[in-house]
Design a binder for this molecule. Sequence first.
Ligand SMILES: *[C@@H]1O[C@H](CO)[C@@H](O)[C@H](O)[C@H]1NC(C)=O
Length: 405
Amino acid sequence: MGRVCGRGLLLLALLAAAGPPAARADGAAPPAATVAVRSEHAQVQAGRPAKLEVRVADGASKAALPPSDFQLSHERLIHMVVLGADLDTFFHTHQTSTTPEAFVFSAVTFPKAGDYLLSFDGETKDDVAVSSRAKLAAAGAPKMAAFDARRVGATTVSVRPAPLADPSPAVSLASLSAPAGSGAGAGPVYEAALDGPQGAACSPGARPQAYTLKLSRREAGAKGGGGGAAAPVTDLEAYLGAPMHLATISSDLKSSGHTHGTLPKAAAAGAASKPAPAAAAAADEHAAHGRRLAGSSRRSLAQAAGGGGGAHGGSHDGMDMDMDMAGMDMGGDDKTPAAPSPSGGAAGAAQHAQHAAPAGARFGPVILAEAPMPRAGVYALVAQLRRGKELILLPFYVNCSGPAQ
Ligand SMILES: *[C@@H]1O[C@H](CO)[C@@H](O)[C@H](O)[C@H]1NC(C)=O
């Protein structure tokens, strides 16, 4: 359970794009840093590309944490995951450039007017994971619809894939959904089942809840039909250096977590036992992780941070980082090699095997993930997986309404 992934944790404050810092309703540890999001115009307009500049600073000293202080983490310097208050408008993208002070997102289009939560995750060169949120309001039209609460509690979804792109545009998660028996010739449909605590069985608190996701695929519909039986997907590939990225965002947009899927033990062992050259290379990378980690003063900090019952980040307002699978590449859009990242060290060695899908590995249909849910309420869980050039986005809505931990 405990993925102590060898990283220190640095809390960043919420800072609205134009407004006061948002309250931390759960009384978590005081913020250690802040993030500020600025757009070139005073007001971001729905449907119009906005240039965003994101500055990170140490909360205590107020010293800037410029992009040059960051290292690659899951193949990027910083990850921005965005979800609208409709719990439907979603994207996960990355900076297009940097200035000496800021990460620049050159043309971000928020398709609907309304509130968005922007969650940022990165890692400094000192191996300190940085996680932070900011709210942004887009004006104009069309207005975002209210979340449809009937979607809460569903344990299966059927979706069409989106194309892989980076920077990644906003999508409506609902628009990807493919009703059973949907038309012929429209490409494959992915069906996913989520197994894990919901409702009264879900205990909000510091420890994330554990979920299992199983994915199957239905081929493009045969004539006039829904395309035959769904087959388990066994050829998923790493997406941004992980078997899966999972965004867990509270419906009030007050907390978010960015966690990474792991493979079941048997599957990971099977992948690791294959004597592929890529596997050997990945093993070397992992050894390098270990060496670097051994010299890192952050190790004990990370172990302490992750030691509280098994889930990194859970006690930090849902903020979460995880180890990389070094050597993975999402397919040529970024020439920068993935930097070795700290791994779990001794405490995380067993977990490491589960993460260690070597470069080029194919896996599925089962992925495990943990979802931080610090308070009772409804959470959007958006799983992000990759198969070839397809990005598979799976939205689930969990009401975590059991007794607090
Ligand atoms: C979530 O669960 C609580 C407690 O059972 C209930 O009151 C609430 O209506 C549920 N919310 C949704 C959106 O289902």
